[in-house]
Design a protein around this ligand. Structure first.
Ligand code: GCO
Length: 483
């Protein structure tokens, strides 16, 4: 494989999200988010797990940052909980919330770690859901703008990289279509309407940022999966093209070009799923351009031509739904079924959660996104969820994670060699954390969190084998990756 050095200033990092790590759900004036309330409903998460304590990062962030420094991280991506800053989403600012993130940012900077701040990683203040019907209402746009304004003013002098929305494709499909995330809705039309409002909020935040933080960089983080055809039959190739349009271009075209792909818009109209796009909306979407595209990469998909008279086989159990590909074989009235059917790729292995492992797909994803939009890319997530076992001498030998990350980083390096400007790479995740629906046994971190200690609340941090491996990779700027 053609190789090339990683750039000298490459941001080797790791990522997290507030609800998945912070805990302290009601501490220091934090208001409830839609996740705090959703998890109280029976059957919504595995064994009813919640993020009430999570990994208690809120109280232990100094310890966690010290570990990041030990690993040699150059960047750390985390999200801000809106309801810590504004407990009811609007109204009075909670200074304790500002202080917490300010201290975290300072601690990172003191250790030479660039903070990368996500503005929205799914935990909408519950008050905004109750009062305005959440993202289905345009009332959220100025409210999100105000929240962003507060953060840009408070941290814009210290934080260069900002992410607007994390995986809009995932949280809207799980939240509004599959009712497996809050707000627990199962209605495709409402999903598309909410998506449009979020796109407008995204554009508004980007424009505000460019005014207030002219030297910073901002972009969305998108859950990207390249879709391949099952065969070289032209109908399968067409199906893959349409699937890429629906699953990827649908979002990225709006973010980067300010317009929705026409073919999908037309189909939405035919299926009575269309939403209102005013002239002012169009102008706003066109006016806002991100500085980079954040890519979260886990896997892509494979499709074949649509079936004739396909019978839907709806299975909405949360373990079956794959948020990164709107699978056509688990459809309701199914926009997708008009375009393609998802199939499994026989050439790829799968994780214990059935996610395909496809490092080459990562290279394809990075190159495709850059070739289409010509914007720098920040890999804001990539990683392996697995069961980890603590040995008798309290070690985690996670060679499977090392292999996964190694193989993906080699493909990232190949993308750089092919001319893709990649700013950095944030592995998901730094410490183990709460998997939204799968509880605490699906682990992603470089640092194991011991929940079975004699006192589970001790949450002892134990660096895994992959921690030391990543430390070494960072130290030699990727030279130790093995092909
Ligand atoms: C999980 C998911 C998450 C996501 C992340 C997306 O198991 O809950 O994999 O951890 O990767 O939150 O941004």
């Amino acid at each position: 494989m053609m190789t090339q050095q990683f750039p000298e200033d490459f941001l080797w990092g790791a990522a997290s999200a507030a609800y998945q790590i912070e805990g302290a759900a009601t501490t220091d004036g934090k208001g409830p988010s839609i996740w705090d309330t959703f998890v109280q409903q029976p059957g919504k998460t595995k064994n009813g797990t919640t993020g009430e304590l999570a990994v208690d990062h809120y109280h232990r962030f100094h310890e966690d940052v010290a570990l990041m420094a030990q690993a040699g991280l150059k960047a750390y991506r985390f999200s801000i909980a809106w309801s810590r800053i504004l407990p009811d989403g609007e109204g009075v600012v909670n200074q304790a919330g500002i202080q917490f993130y300010s201290d975290l940012i300072d601690d990172l900077l003191q250790h030479g770690i660039q903070p990368v701040v996500t503005l929205y990683h799914w935990d909408l203040p519950q008050a905004l859901q109750d009062r305005y019907n959440g993202w289905e209402s345009r009332a959220l746009i100025p409210l999100f703008e105000r929240y962003c304004h507060i953060l840009f003013e408070a941290f814009g002098d210290r934080v260069t990289y900002w992410v607007t929305f994390n995986e809009q494709n995932v949280f809207t499909s799980l939240g509004y279509r599959w009712a497996s995330h809050p707000p627990n809705v199962s209605n495709v039309k409402r999903m598309y309407a909410a998506n449009h409002v979020i796109n407008l909020a995204n554009a508004t935040a980007i424009n505000l940022f460019h005014k207030l933080v002219p030297n910073g960089s901002i972009g969305p983080s998108f859950g990207y999966g390249y879709v391949a055809p099952e065969s070289a039959h032209p109908l399968d190739i067409l199906a893959a093209h349409d699937a890429n349009q629906l699953n990827n271009d649908w979002w990225l075209d709006v973010y980067c070009r300010g317009q929705y792909p026409q073919k999908i818009l037309t189909l939405l109209q035919q299926l009575n799923l269309a939403f209102d796009i005013t002239d002012a909306d169009q102008a706003l979407l066109k006016s806002a351009k991100p500085d980079f595209i954040g890519i979260n990469y886990y896997h892509g998909g494979t499709v074949k031509r649509p079936a004739v008279n396909q019978q839907p086989t709806a299975d909405k159990s949360f373990t079956k739904i794959d948020p990164y590909l709107m699978a056509a074989d688990t459809q309701d009235d199914s926009l997708e079924s008009h375009l393609f059917q998802s199939v499994s790729n026989p050439y790829l292995e799968k994780t214990e959660w059935g996610w395909e492992i496809d490092p080459i797909g990562f290279q394809i994803a990075l190159r495709t996104v850059y070739e289409r939009y010509q914007l720098p890319i920040f890999v804001t997530e990539n990683g392996l969820g697995a069961f980890d076992t603590l040995t008798a001498d309290r070690q985690i030998n996670d060679d499977y994670r090392i292999n996964y990350l190694n193989d993906h980083l080699l493909q990232l390096q190949a993308a750089i060699a092919a001319g893709v400007p990649v700013i950095g790479y944030c592995a998901w995740s730094f410490t183990d954390l709460l998997s939204w629906l799968n509880g605490y046994s699906k682990r992603y971190g470089f640092v194991y969190i011991d929940r079975d200690d004699h006192d589970a609340k001790q949450l002892t941090r134990i660096p895994k084998k992959s921690f030391y491996w990543y430390q070494n990779v960072i130290q030699n700027n990727g030279e130790s990756l093995s092909s």
